[in-house]
Write a protein that binds this ligand. Structure first.
Ligand code: ASP
Ligand code: MG
Length: 467
């Protein structure tokens, strides 16, 4: 690696943080490949792992079921144990490590069982217990992977966030890392010359309570550790090459995007690109730590990346680097003559939604309507919350579903007025009706809303226009 000689502020060789997700931990061959990847790095590093494929969802289901059904405790723990036993059988040549690992797994599953039993008896799930329980998917991955690496002759060790500690702001379910508190301590815990394996998805509050970092949050964990360590890079391993100019399922000949700025990657992720969790960029955007996307499926023996996300911008000829979409945007339209000029309407509406735990993705207002962009899962509840507010300024509420939000992303987009024209002409040629447009809110993204049924045509029309 060209970066080996680089040192951090403490004069220690910079580490690489590599993240492996659930899709890299599905089958025996995936794990074997992962071991080969770590051998190819051939350096001390930090690995962040997600739960095995599907496990977090299974834990969420069991959490509900366990309240009423005591039998679910054993069905879950038996399932986890037999799954892990299977992996141990498949991977361990060293009997001693195998027996030792199985004992540790049993211990960890027994801890989980105690939490589940507690929930069954009290009949509800306190927030702080929910976060602990859901972290067990990752905890089983890290334990197992560290042992597999050891079995393969790699000097590996599991390192838990609570033992660093990786401290958060304490918000259950969706915490943010507190870098001031974490940086020095994390660096100290992970200073050794080995391969550390860290479970993603959680940190701990200042009081030591487990707090999850949001669904899909292992990418964010890995980014946070990379920042604490002043890493040489954050390497996110996927089963695709990287960010593409559009979803390969929807367009002909999409191209791989080699280089993106932090902001471009953040916008693409927010609008559904699905390569990185939208929060991954957050800890890194003020640093010079690049994020590299690497494909494990095509890995042979060299570490090589598809997309690199970093600070320096490249403006391509067509300006637009990628067109992406999300089906998770719905519109709640609040009509009323003069909502645009009446004071306090938006404050009351957003206050009530916040109180109900509903996130507003975006707001587009006019003189006669406030359009709230919300997640599909929240739209019905948001409707009722606002109805109950009974504001006289709002005379009609309409929930509009079956929409898609399409985003075009590229540095320089605002400074090149011709770009918007090309987008809209491409759509007009296909007779696509644009329901709403937002441009200028982000310096690198223009997005617009169309009927869900127009989504695929719209994306291929724009892609054809620019690529
Ligand atoms: N296992 C967690 C989830 O499914 C975190 C992650 O995969 O990044 O949300
Ligand atoms: Mg994930």
């Amino acid at each position: 690696m060209g970066n080996r000689e680089l040192k951090n502020r403490d004069g220690i060789e910079k580490k690489i943080v590599a993240k492996f997700g659930g899709s890299n931990l599905k089958k025996k061959k995936d794990i074997l490949k992962l071991v080969r990847v770590i051998k190819a790095y051939d350096r001390p590093m930090v690995i962040v792992v997600s739960a095995f494929y599907g496990i977090t969802n299974r834990l969420i289901k069991s959490l509900e079921a366990v309240k009423k059904d005591e039998g679910e405790i054993n069905s879950l723990t038996d399932f986890l144990l037999s799954m892990k036993e299977e992996v141990i059988k498949e991977h361990f040549t060293d009997r001693e490590i195998a027996t030792e690992t199985l004992a540790l797994i049993e211990q960890r599953v027994a801890e989980l069982k105690r939490y589940l039993t507690g929930i069954h008896y009290i009949g509800e799930v306190p927030e702080f217990v929910e976060d602990v329980i859901l972290s067990y998917g990752e905890r089983l991955s890290s334990l197992l992977l560290a042992a597999i690496l050891k079995n393969n002759g790699i000097d590996a060790e599991e390192a838990l966030p609570e033992d660093m500690p990786l401290t958060t702001d304490g918000e259950f379910g969706n915490a943010t890392v507190d870098f001031k508190r974490s940086e020095t301590l994390v660096k100290k815990r992970l200073a050794g010359d080995k391969v550390y394996v860290v479970p993603g998805f959680y940190g701990v509050s200042a009081e030591g309570k487990v707090t999850l970092l949001g669904r899909g949050g292992s990418d964010y964990s890995a980014a946070a550790l990379a920042r604490c360590l002043e890493a040489a890079s954050l390497d996110v391993w996927k089963d695709v090459d990287g960010f593409m100019s559009a979803d390969p399922k929807l367009v002909d000949r999409p191209v791989l995007i080699k280089s993106l700025t932090y902001t471009e990657a953040a916008e693409l992720s927010y609008f559904g690109a699905g390569i990185l969790h939208p929060r991954t960029v957050e800890p890194l955007k003020e640093t010079a730590i690049p994020i590299r996307i690497l494909n494990i499926d095509t890995f042979e023996n060299k570490i090589s990346f598809g997309t690199k996300v970093h600070g320096s911008e490249t403006i391509t000829d067509g300006i637009i680097k990628s067109v992406t979409y999300s089906d998770d945007f719905c519109v709640l339209k609040l009509r009323g003559a003069g909502v645009g000029v009446k004071r306090g309407v938006l404050a009351k509406v957003s206050g009530a939604l916040d109180h109900a735990g509903i996130n507003i993705k975006s707001v587009i207002t006019s003189q006669i309507a406030i359009n709230l962009l919300l997640s599909a899962k929240d739209i019905k509840r948001a409707f009722r919350v606002i109805e109950r507010l009974g504001l006289s300024a709002i005379t009609e509420i309409e929930a509009i579903e079956q929409l898609s939000t399409i985003a075009t992303v590229g540095e320089g987009l605002l400074e090149h007025p011709g770009v918007a024209g090309r987008i809209f002409s491409a759509l007009a040629r296909e007779n696509i009706n644009i329901r709403m447009i937002v441009s200028g809110a982000s310096s690198v993204a223009t997005y617009f809303i169309v009927a869900a049924s127009d989504r695929d045509t719209a994306i291929s029309a724009i892609h054809r226009e620019f690529f």
